[in-house]
Design a protein around this ligand. Structure first.
Ligand code: TEU
Ligand code: CA
Length: 548
């Protein structure tokens, strides 16, 4: 399984392309846009959940793992998608949400009827309505427990109350989930992304958390590595690409999840670098990006994984995150430069790139300014929590506009026409308000577009084995204004040098780059930049001439 030289493109189907003009993206829509993805150069697509679901959490609340939610299409549509993807050499990865199911899943419905077999599929605890079993908090706000009066029991939900946590202690549950993997593999699926997979193992005895929200008890829980090894062995994960989403994890655990000798997963998503603008770790309190911290985290994870043989998924954003350029760059004056710089910085490191739909166009945050525009359950919950805490409507909306997951869920911008060419009818969620002029159609034809740059980056990764296979070493670690590293393999060497700021910065770069030539850069003239000066958000990639 070659996972080191590939690039993955993430699709959020609801917002990607609407094939039948009902305002909601769908599977036939994806199939129609596969040529676009091939054109970009991606090798795999990861499609977030389109299975049968009441859509409380846009598909992360699954009520049937083997059926397709009708608004996304049919099984025939899925087969057609696989066929087209295969013909283009694109592997399809699906999203396995195995920590929880929707409360509408037949297993949960049977549990609600009191069937002991299915009660043991979930985490139920006896109790009285006034006292939840523990003080644990849901990641979407409020208690992580919901009471079922007629059963006189509580059930655990780390996310929405309609997402009940599965009991992985029960071997029958694990057996069911392995079957789900076999089912989709047999339909031609070539990879899996496992949703919050490091939360699946809860301790045998659940206790109150006197210092936090409970996460320390179930994050990277007691048997998680054992369960992943079993899944790998028995569901046949050897010949597919696998990535685990790891919530609040540790480097040590991710080394375990991803070291080939452990036979668990190929790679992991960790989120520490995406919390550098949280005040005191709180997503709902604003703080400017701490670039010092960002650098430290990226360097620590890169070097730690390298030393111990683990493997990172490289990413800036996904369907749960604000848009990269609005968050870490400048979506005004230096929109194009900073979008390209951030891509350079991230995707030439050691790991596998995951590009999220629209990132390759430099799409910006949603710019919503009324609560009615938000669709996400988390955003709506937190709007209430924040205003109840005493924040003004204006302040709560300001936080949402920077932090809401809906920032990444506005419709993909295909053309300059109405609804950005996503649909001919009003989309289920509003367009990014600043969407004018940023679209695939235009950027595909422009030589210096963000899209063209992403394409060059992906191509460079393909042509340069040192990016996938080579060593990484960080330079200028102490400087907060630049991000710089050296990649090497045998006698080949590459330097990636990025200016993180909107100012011109200076350094002994000429010395660093002696004898090397510019290979890629986000300004039109790369090779003159050895004069010790880096322009605002400038990114350059240098190599010895003989090497290319
Ligand atoms: O997300 C897991 C998760 O914990 C976060 O990304 C979460 O959305 C964020 O920290 C809240 O502030 C995964 C999916 O990617 C997400 O879309 C689902 O809502 C969630 O699991 C539950 O399945
Ligand atoms: Ca549709």
């Amino acid at each position: 399984m070659n996972f080191k030289n590939v690039t993955v493109y993430q699709i959020y189907p609801k917002s990607f392309y609407d094939g039948n003009n009902d305002g909601i993206g769908d599977l036939p829509g994806i199939t129609r846009k596969l040529d676009y993805i091939r054109g970009l150069g991606a090798d795999y697509i990861w499609i977030t959940p389109f299975f049968r679901s009441p859509q409380r959490d846009n598909g992360y609340d699954i009520s049937d793992y083997r059926q397709i939610e009708p608004m996304y299409g049919t099984m025939a549509d899925f087969d057609a998608l696989i066929k087209k993807a295969e013909s283009l050499g694109i592997g399809v990865m699906l999203d396995m949400v195995f920590n929880h199911t929707s409360t509408e899943h037949e297993w949960f419905q049977k549990a609600l009827k009191g069937d002991p077999r299915y009660l043991d599929y979930y985490i139920f605890r006896d109790g009285s309505p006034d006292e939840p079993p523990t003080n644990w908090q849901s990641k979407f706000g409020g208690s992580a427990w919901e009471y079922v009066p007629h059963l006189k029991k509580w059930y655990l939900h780390l996310f929405d109350k309609t997402q009940a946590d599965l009991n992985w202690e029960n071997p029958e549950v694990r057996g069911q989930l392995k079957d789900v993997i076999r089912f989709w593999k047999s339909r031609g699926v070539k990879g899996f992304r496992f949703d919050v997979i490091n939360l699946i193992s809860k301790p045998a005895v659940l206790e109150n958390d006197l210092t936090g929200d409970g996460r320390r008890f179930y994050t990277d829980g007691p048997k998680v590595h054992e369960y992943l090894k079993e899944l790998h062995r028995e569901a046949g994960l050897d010949d597919v690409l696998t990535v685990g989403e790891m919530s609040s994890t540790s480097l040590e655990n991710c080394i375990g999840y991803t070291s080939p000798r452990e036979k668990e997963l190929n790679m992991s998503f960790s989120f520490h670098h995406l919390k550098v603008d949280y005040r005191n770790g709180d997503k709902w309190e604003l703080q400017p990006v701490d670039y010092r911290k960002l650098k430290d985290i990226l360097e620590t994870w890169q070097l730690g994984m390298q030393t111990h043989g683990g493997w990172n998924a490289l990413f800036w954003c996904n369907h749960d995150q604000p848009r990269t350029v609005s968050r870490f760059g400048d979506d005004g004056a230096y929109w194009k430069e900073s979008a390209k710089m951030l891509a350079t910085l991230m995707y030439l490191m050691r790991g596998t790139p995951y590009i999220y739909q629209g990132e390759e166009l430099g799409m910006k945050n949603a710019g919503f300014d009324s609560v009615g525009q938000y669709r996400d359950v988390e955003s709506r919950n937190y709007y209430n929590i924040l205003t109840q805490k005493g924040l003004s409507d204006k302040d709560a909306l300001e936080i949402l506009s920077q932090r809401s997951r809906d920032n990444g869920r506005t419709p993909m911008q295909w053309t300059d026409s109405r609804y950005a060419g996503f649909s001919e009818n009003e989309p289920w969620i509003g367009l990014s308000e600043d969407s004018k002029g940023i679209c695939a159609e235009r950027q595909q034809n422009e030589k210096d577009s963000v899209f063209a740059y992403f394409k060059s980056l992906i191509e460079l990764r393909k042509n340069e084995p040192l990016i996938g296979e080579g060593n990484i070493e960080f330079l200028y670690s102490e400087r907060e204004d630049i991000f710089c590293y050296r990649r090497s393999l045998g006698n080949r060497e590459m330097i990636v040098l990025c200016n993180l700021t909107p100012e011109t910065v200076y350094g002994d770069f000429a010395k660093l780059l002696t004898g090397m030539s510019g290979r890629l850069g986000n300004y039109p003239d790369i090779s003159v930049q050895t004069d010790g000066r880096l322009r605002p958000y400038e990114a350059v990639v240098y190599q010895y001439k003989a090497a290319f």
